[in-house]
Design a protein around this ligand. Structure first.
Ligand SMILES: Nc1nc2c(c(=O)[nH]1)N[C@H]1C(S)=C(S)[C@@H](COP(=O)(O)O)O[C@H]1N2
Ligand SMILES: [Mo]
Length: 310
């Protein structure tokens, strides 16, 4: 079933959230309209997103609890421990926020996050997520197909790849003061992968604005690839003729290839990818080729040697 309970509000958030709501109410009752209009539709992490439709791109699996989805994360900009992002990402300022779209496009643009939120109708999509560290989750994301944004900027015939670049700001991202990765965090997709309807431009989860630790205010989610392909808190999308080099490939090219499709037979890692632990489960389960999305995405790789193009 796809029902879920209202996520619990951590005690630490109750006071500021209540204050925020009170302040907004105050602004709205000023009645000037002008001030009210200045208030963004959705600002506070945890705030409900309006008009979210159900999507056909959804798996009928039990959801990973909100607490785990938002409390057990990889986001090295805020530390390398799984609990570091939830503890430290409060310093990320998600407004104002823009995403620059450039490179091989006819209509380069700088989109404000509020423009992005209105670009296409928001959908809830329950996706299986698979981290290369052999754990997995089922997350009800909110967003729309990245293809919707791509169509607006009209890629040129030279656009073969898309690069996603996360925010680089050591003031807000304390993890960037150490060089565990080459900052900013960079990832990429081939054009047809980026255009695939499953590739989600993501602004929320569990019906709410994305918590900072999950990559607020906007991130990519590519459910048939290992988690690191899904770049968080992106500020730039670049269309390229040649394949970009991602941060993880720079760190360790023999393990982190460009494609990084979930593959139980992948033998390029120091540890096996054959099984995974769904967060909350005791027993491991077998990992599925393309994370269970083979029907949808296997045609993208027809004729390719998936061991060579890992
Ligand atoms: N900018 C940035 N994006 C990132 C990461 C990161 O460290 N920095 N970690 C990746 C990894 S390894 C995973 S598994 C997923 C985790 O997403 P989640 O915390 O929302 O589950 O984010 C990916 N995106
Ligand atoms: Mo990951």
């Amino acid at each position: 079933m796809r029902t879920y309970n209202t996520p619990p509000i951590p005690a630490s958030e109750i006071t500021p959230k209540a204050l925020f709501l009170a302040r907004r109410k105050f602004m709205q009752t000023l009645g000037s309209g002008a001030l009210g209009a200045l208030m963004p539709a959705a600002l506070w992490a945890g705030e409900k997103l309006a008009d979210v439709k159900k999507s056909a791109y959804t798996v009928p699996e039990e959801l990973t609890p909100y607490k785990a989805v938002t409390g057990y994360n990889n986001f090295y900009e805020f530390g390398t421990g799984k609990e570091d992002p939830a503890a430290n990402a409060g310093s990320l300022k998600t407004r104002p926020w823009t995403v620059a779209v450039e490179g091989e496009v006819h209509k380069p643009a700088v989109f404000d996050i509020d423009q992005i939120l209105k670009m296409a109708s928001l959908e809830e999509r329950i996706y299986r997520m698979r981290c290369v560290e052999a754990w997995s989750m089922v997350v009800p994301w909110v967003g729309f197909s990245l293809a919707e944004l791509i169509k607006r900027v009209e890629p040129t015939g030279n656009a073969k790849f898309v690069e996603f670049i996360s925010l680089h700001d050591p003031e807000q991202m304390p993890g960037q003061r150490s060089s565990v990765l080459n900052w900013p965090y960079k990832e990429g997709l081939r054009m047809d992968e980026a255009m695939h309807p499953l590739t989600l431009l993501t602004v929320g989860l569990y019906g709410e604005v994305l918590p900072n630790q999950n990559g607020a205010p906007v991130r990519i989610v590519v459910p048939w690839k290992y988690g690191y392909k899904s770049a968080k808190s992106i500020v730039k999308i670049r269309f390229l003729e040649t394949q970009p080099v991602s941060s993880w490939t720079e760190a360790n090219p023999s393990e982190y290839g460009f494609y990084s499709n979930v593959n139980p037979e992948a033998d390029n890692f120091r540890w096996s990818q054959a099984k995974e632990r769904r967060i909350g489960d005791f027993f491991k389960r077998p990992t599925l080729l393309f994370n269970g999305y083979a029907d949808e995405v296997a045609p993208l790789y027809a004729g390719m040697d998936l061991k060579k193009y890992y």
